[in-house]
Write a protein that binds this ligand. Structure first.
Ligand code: SAM
Length: 280
């Protein structure tokens, strides 16, 4: 017994199913079920929600989500060695856990989920940022999910919640904060994981806003922000030269000094600039 459910402790599960962690799959497991339950609770009341989990591994967070009352968990796992351990969890929570073996970057989970949907994951570091960017940039807003509760390396978490004027401020902060409420919900030391990674981690919580904070075309905003931060040390009149022939006038019309650098411009400023550039 493990404290949160009637299943065996994770160390035993890992030993029995021979789940030695593989670096190539970004495997750093959470074995403390009280901790995984605490992470699951960050996602809010799950009793009426389907939860999409990426990379369940031996199932620590999966069990936290199910014990917290999630209506259903859809878990996508690339490592087929984990499937027997996950099948045991599915048997303990009849009808509430569906596991898909596959690469989360390739699998479309939507056919298997019923709204409202939330996403929770201790993400494999190698695919975490790419998945986050996809979830933040759907074709239409609001997205298919209500909130995201995601583990990242501390440095990536800081980039998501960063404010202007800081080194961490960049494209990820703008993408996340334009249409979400984003905050760091928990910090975790390397020793919380097995094996311990080299760096600290943090759980980021993002709630989708019904509408963007400031009006802007998503494509134009994304292009302008990418160009501005790709050459973040340059003045905007230089880094954004290719975005419009009269970029200095457009910057001024958006209330931005052409001599400013990207990290000095607020989210509101970038949205104003995207609107100016979209005028054609
Ligand atoms: N959720 C588990 C936990 O908290 O202990 C495992 C987290 S571990 C950091 C990342 C998990 O993602 C591993 O189980 C790994 O096999 C899986 N994974 C890696 N790349 C993946 C991908 N492209 N699609 C789905 N799962 C992936």
């Amino acid at each position: 017994m493990s404290g949160i459910d009637d299943l065996p402790p994770l160390r035993e599960v890992i030993r029995r199913h021979d789940l030695a962690a593989r670096k190539s799959l970004g495997q750093n497991f959470l074995l403390d079920l009280n901790l995984t339950s605490k992470i699951a609770r960050q996602a809010g009341d799950l009793t009426n929600c389907d939860v999409l989990e990426i990379g369940p591994g031996p199932g620590g967070l999966t069990r936290g989500l199910l014990a917290s009352g999630a209506r259903k968990v859809l878990a996508i796992e690339k490592d087929r060695r984990c499937l027997p351990a996950l099948a045991e969890i599915a048997a303990a929570y009849p009808g509430r856990l569906q596991v898909i073996e596959g690469d989360a970057l390739q699998v479309d989970p939507l056919a298997h989920l019923t709204p409202p949907i939330r996403i929770a994951a201790n993400l494999p570091y190698n695919v975490g940022t790419e998945l986050l960017v996809r979830w933040l940039t759907p074709d239409t807003w609001p997205p298919f999910w209500q909130n995201l509760t995601l583990m990242f390396q501390r440095e990536v978490a800081e980039r998501i919640v960063a404010q202007p004027g800081s080194k961490a401020y960049g494209r990820l902060a703008i993408l996340a904060q334009w249409r979400c409420e984003a905050r760091i919900a928990m910090s975790l030391p390397p020793e919380a994981f097995t094996p311990a990674p080299k760096v600290s981690s943090a759980v980021v919580h993002l709630t989708a806003l019904p509408e963007p904070r400031f009006e802007a075309d998503a494509g134009v905003l994304s292009r302008v922000v990418a160009a501005a931060f790709n050459q973040r040390r340059k003045m905007l009149r230089a880094s954004l030269k290719g975005q419009a022939p009269d970029i200095e006038a457009r910057l001024r019309a958006a209330g931005i000094a052409p001599t400013d650098r990207a990290e000095q411009v607020s989210l509101e400023g970038f949205c104003a600039l995207a609107r100016e550039i979209a005028k054609g």
